[in-house]
Design a binder for this molecule. Structure first.
Ligand code: S3P
Length: 440
């Protein structure tokens, strides 16, 4: 296992950097490519470990995918919706909940038997939330521990029943699984969400000509007979960029320009909170392309104040809460996060992980059932912390180390490749080079 030694940085970060590629959109780009008939080119594809799991899954269904990593591009050749074939092996989604849940939705419309498994972390994550509603399609779906955990199977059919379902939790993964299932429905399906969650699946499918509408929180999906192959160019990942944005905010005199970041409002809650905390950034060149908003973000150092983040905002900043904890620790006053119990079922229990590790380095933070409370400002002390094998915890702790006052060792650092393989080289591009990775 690898660990990284982070030396604190007393200088500024600066310069221009292209945002890391978007993980959520890359999964979906590959998936809609597999549902399209012909050759789909997906530019701006993230070659992170999670998206590679999606590619392997789709290949097992007979989709041909050429990877051009240098060009950040994949080329997807597929017989399209209704023509994917039964896999000859189990689909291993690795660490990726998005791969597992979204492909499970697609599997209901494939005439055959698909089995899903994952790594130690993923096999402990809740799957009843997709298994139960996917049964509404008439496909057979079942899994370990009374349909709760992977491995699980889907015995799909070329055509499934149309359905109506109200999501009990605002989850884009569950919603997207159901949208993919609805594409093979015998009529229009309806999905109601309690709060808006990221709508990338809806945007991409609509861009490709699928009739998908949202009326008062209810999404209506009309199954297409065919989806033509097309060209897609995906924006960068605000979730990954948030680590760079946080660093530039925290280090005095810093100023960076992050180019081509996805700004979809159902993903951009981090920016709303940063603004409320007193963050100094501006968005330039905002535009819509391929169904998604994108733009450049110019960030400068600023001092911050504590804020309250409640339930309604959680779905739009769900993955940014660990890095918000770092900002909150440096902010003047109290930050309270509530309604975030979903964080307990991510790659690790992120509420416990972030509070435990930040306490070790001197942060005044208390865990709550559905969030945490931070009293700032704090000085990050050095020492040793653990990522729990969770990429977003690992990168948040690295940012704490850089902005701290003594060397910080972050154990189990390899996991950054799950979403952001170029994390350390991007830190170097904006001027921070004082880290060493070593084998333990
Ligand atoms: C994702 C949705 C979110 C998020 C995850 C990616 C997606 O999960 O935490 O990292 O791509 O749909 P939930 O939908 O389970 O909240």
């Amino acid at each position: 296992m690898k660990e990284v030694v982070i030396h604190p940085f007393s200088k500024k970060v600066e310069g221009e950097i292209r945002a890391p590629r978007d993980k959520s959109l890359s999964h979906r780009g590959a998936m809609v490519g597999a549902l399209s008939q012909g050759v789909t080119v997906v530019d701006g594809f993230s070659f992170c470990a999670d998206c590679l799991s999606t590619i392997s899954g789709l290949e097992l269904w007979g989709v041909e995918i050429t990877k051009e990593e240098e060009k950040e591009r994949i080329i997807v050749k597929s017989a399209g919706i209704g023509n994917l074939k039964e896999p000859e092996d189990v689909i291993n989604a690795g660490n990726s909940g998005t791969t597992m849940r979204l492909l499970a939705g697609m599997a209901t419309g494939i005439d055959g038997f698909t089995v899903f498994t994952g790594d130690n972390s993923l096999r402990k994550r809740p799957m009843k939330r997709v298994i139960e509603p996917l049964c509404l399609t008439g496909a057979e779906v079942g899994g370990r521990k009374e349909n709760s955990f992977p491995p699980f199977f889907v015995r799909g059919k070329n055509r499934v029943k149309a359905f109506s379902y109200r999501l009990p939790i605002p989850s884009a993964q569950v919603k997207s699984a159901l949208i993919f299932a609805a594409l093979r429905g015998e009529g229009i399906s309806f999905i109601e969400e309690p709060l808006p969650s990221r709508d990338h699946t809806e945007n991409l499918l609509r861009y490709l000509g699928v009739k998908i509408e949202k009326k008062n929180n209810i999404i209506e999906i009309e199954p297409p007979s065919f989806i033509p192959a097309s060209y897609l160019s995906l924006p960068g990942d605000l979730s990954s960029a948030s680590f760079l944005i946080a660093l530039a905010t925290l280090l005095p005199q810093s100023r960076i320009l992050v180019k081509d970041v996805g700004l979809n409002p159902t993903r951009a809650g981090f920016l709303t909170c940063l603004r409320e905390m007193g963050g100094n950034f501006k968005i330039i060149e905002k535009r819509e392309e391929y169904g998604e908003l994108r733009g450049d973000i110019e960030v400068e150092h600023s001092s911050l104040r504590g804020i309250k983040i409640g339930k309604e905002l959680i779905p739009v900043l769900i993955d940014e809460i660990p890095i918000i904890a770092i900002l909150a620790a440096k902010a003047e006053g109290i930050t309270i996060i509530s309604g975030a119990e979903e964080l307990r079922v991510k790659e690790t229990d992120r509420l416990t992980a972030i509070t435990q590790e930040l306490k070790k380095i001197g942060v005044n933070i208390e865990e709550r059932r559905d969030g945490f409370v931070v009293q700032g400002p704090c000085v990050f002390q050095g020492g040793k912390v653990n990522s729990y094998g969770d990429h977003r915890i690992a990168m948040s702790l690295v940012i704490a180390g850089i902005t701290g006052n003594k060397d910080l060792i972050v154990e189990d650092i390899d996991c950054v490749k799950i979403s952001y393989p170029n994390f350390f080289s991007d830190l170097e591009k904006i001027g921070y080079k004082e880290w060493e990775v070593r084998e333990r």
